[in-house]
Design a protein around this ligand. Structure first.
Ligand code: KE4
Length: 421
């Protein structure tokens, strides 16, 4: 494949933006080479500015579960744009999107729309602190919750790729109330609560991790978190920015049958437009301004274009229920890739929850960041570039999940397996 125009565009981009990108996750930092510049997407496919076509397994890092340019989303945006792009005042569309979210997410009784996953998580931890009057927040190594200062410690996603667990600019004071534990470490959680449970405002976790690669929680880990947060009056926050409407229509909490106190969302609920949300028990959400004292605000929160795309996306998912088929296609891909690398004598593992999954170059199951970090990232980079050159666009880091959309076909899956050979 020729990437000539992407290379030229990237050179220009590097003179304009830090690292030539507007988000480090897309900079190819973990795999080397030049990021691909895309012209357009259609269904399960992306087309770059050199005329190359790719089967897309990134889906904009999760939002594009219907595929690119889904007719329902395009039509909704075309209608909305002629009425105006933003009023900074309430619209009925916000009621509609919030109703869809509340109906879908079992634990969510009330919701506030924001503009990104980071806004959602930063607001949720502020709310947990405001509601409990406590300071400490527990997070887990390898989980990424956006670039929230107090959570940029042992983060996953691009922070892991760029090994920037404690980003410069994040002060010691900001992270002094952040307790870092290991994912799936039941004893570690028990010890932390025994030592200072009455000081812990909230526990935030990815209920299925995507940001150290896909890692599933053990049932005991989830139960321990719920039991101890109930016992100590701590707010349990499921960060479903990635898992919401992805692992199932009701997110990971519906997938597992869990009942967190707060849930953060993003990605799919905007259908590719900037939308985040946080929601949960009414008793807690009523503490958010202006019904309560916990401050949070946003000029474009719930804007008409983003809500139009979100409503069209969630309504289509609700009507078409692509999830069973996504489970099958996802397992077909992982089984196929496993067989290819077994043939090559390369050790691999995988983890999947619904339509999000990761293929690890690792000889042991990945249950937490310590295990994930032992993955063979050089082997991953070789696999990534081979797939890219053969028209398969995978996430450019071992520490990311990849995603299927309702637009993918069995032929796409089989082509991806072929490309790995
Ligand atoms: P945003 O602020 O990027 O909308 O959401 C932050 C966020 C919060 N919580 C979880 C579980 C997330 O996965 C994310 C963002 N995910 C990354 C991909 N791993 C977004 C890609 C990027 O940063 O460019």
């Amino acid at each position: 494949m020729s990437y000539e125009n992407s290379i030229k565009a990237f050179e220009k981009a590097c003179s304009l933006m830090p690292g030539g990108v507007n988000s480090p996750a897309r900079a190819f930092g973990a795999v080397g080479g030049c990021p691909v510049f895309f012209e357009r997407g259609e269904g399960a496919y992306l087309y770059d500015i050199d005329g190359n076509k790719y089967i897309d397994f990134v889906g904009s890092w999760g939002p594009m579960i219907l595929g690119h340019c889904h007719p329902a989303v395009v039509e909704a945006l075309q209608k909305a744009i002629h009425k105006g792009t933003s009023f900074g005042a309430p619209t009925v569309a916000e009621n509609e999107l919030c109703e869809l979210v509340i109906d879908a997410m079992p634990s969510v009784e009330m919701v506030r729309l924001v503009n990104s996953g980071t806004e959602a998580t930063s607001s949720a931890i502020r709310l947990a602190r405001g509601y409990t009057g406590r300071d400490k927040i527990v997070k887990f190594a390898g989980c990424y919750h956006g670039h929230v200062d107090s959570l940029l410690v042992s983060a996953g996603s691009a922070a892991a790729t760029f090994s920037v667990p404690n980003s410069p600019g994040v002060t010691a004071g900001t992270v002094q109330d952040t307790i870092i534990l290991q994912y799936n470490d039941v004893q570690g959680v028990e010890d932390a609560f025994k030592a200072q449970g009455d000081k812990i405002a909230g526990v935030i976790l990815e209920p299925v991790v995507g940001n150290m690669g896909c890692v599933l929680p053990t049932p005991e880990f989830r139960k321990t978190l719920r039991d101890l947060t109930h016992k100590y009056g701590t707010v349990l926050i499921y960060d479903e920015v990635m898992t919401g409407f992805r692992v199932s229509y009701g997110g990971a909490q519906a997938y597992f049958g869990d009942d967190p106190d707060l849930t953060t969302m993003g990605k799919v609920i905007g259908g590719g437009l900037p939308v985040g949300a946080y929601g949960g028990k009414k008793e807690i959400m009523k503490c958010v301004i202006p019904s309560g004292p916990v401050f949070q605000a946003g000029t474009l929160s719930g804007n008409p274009l983003a809500t139009a795309a979100g409503i069209a996306t969630l309504s289509t998912l609700k009507k078409e229920n692509p999830y069973p088929r996504l489970e099958q296609l996802g397992q077909r891909l992982l089984d196929g890739l496993t067989a290819v690398f077994k043939e090559k004598g390369i050790a691999t593992q995988y983890a999947r929850a619904g339509a999000m999954m990761t293929f690890f170059f690792n000889d042991a199951p990945v249950t937490d960041w310590t295990h994930a970090a032992k993955s063979d990232t050089k082997q991953f980079a070789r696999y990534f570039h081979q797939m890219l050159d053969r028209g398969v666009y995978m996430p450019c880091s071992q520490f990311e999940a990849f995603f299927l959309s309702a637009a993918h076909t069995e032929a796409d899956i089989d082509a991806a397996i072929e490309a790995a050979k």
